[in-house]
Write a protein that binds this ligand. Structure first.
Ligand SMILES: [Zn+2]
Length: 151
């Protein structure tokens, strides 16, 4: 694991894949601060640690992108000046652009919500002798609302 919680095998894989900045295509070099390789979360969510969301980009692009949405950032002056666009970026970025930006998060939220539903249903069953009917029906109502929201 490195300090971004990226497992070593994924880190090695991405270092091999992204040998130049995934955005501007510059060669990484420690000679200049701007071209130093940095870790990039394409969708700006530190919890999405997958080969589709982790990439290497130069510190100049990383600083410019910050927490912006990828599609918004590509419209920025920085990208326009440097000729960075949806066709010029690396394959991994083109892939990220081809699907809705929030898709990963939605899948994750659905899976979390199902876990929460299971957890509180288990709780209700486990303590069914001790909790009031009112609380039981509140729990059922809550579970049905969550399920309604994620289906
Ligand atoms: Zn760059």
């Amino acid at each position: 694991m490195n300090r971004w919680n990226i497992p070593s095998n994924l880190e090695e894989e991405i270092i091999l894949r992204d040998q130049e900045c995934v955005y501007c295509g510059c060669k990484f070099s420690d000679n200049s601060k701007k071209t130093t390789a940095t870790w990039e979360h394409i969708t700006n969510d530190m919890r999405i640690i997958t080969r589709e969301n982790i990439a290497r980009c130069c510190s100049s692009c990383n600083a410019s992108k910050g927490s912006k949405l990828l599609s918004d950032w590509l419209d920025s002056k920085y990208c326009k000046t440097k000729g960075i666009n949806s066709l010029s970026v690396a394959h991994v970025i083109q892939e990220a652009l081809s699907k809705p930006p929030a898709l990963d998060r939605i899948i994750e939220i659905k899976s979390d919500s199902k876990k929460v539903c299971n957890y509180i249903s288990e709780y209700k069953n486990k303590y069914s002798e001790e909790i009031t009917d009112e609380l039981k029906s509140s729990i059922d109502h809550l579970v049905s609302l969550i399920k309604l929201g994620v289906n």
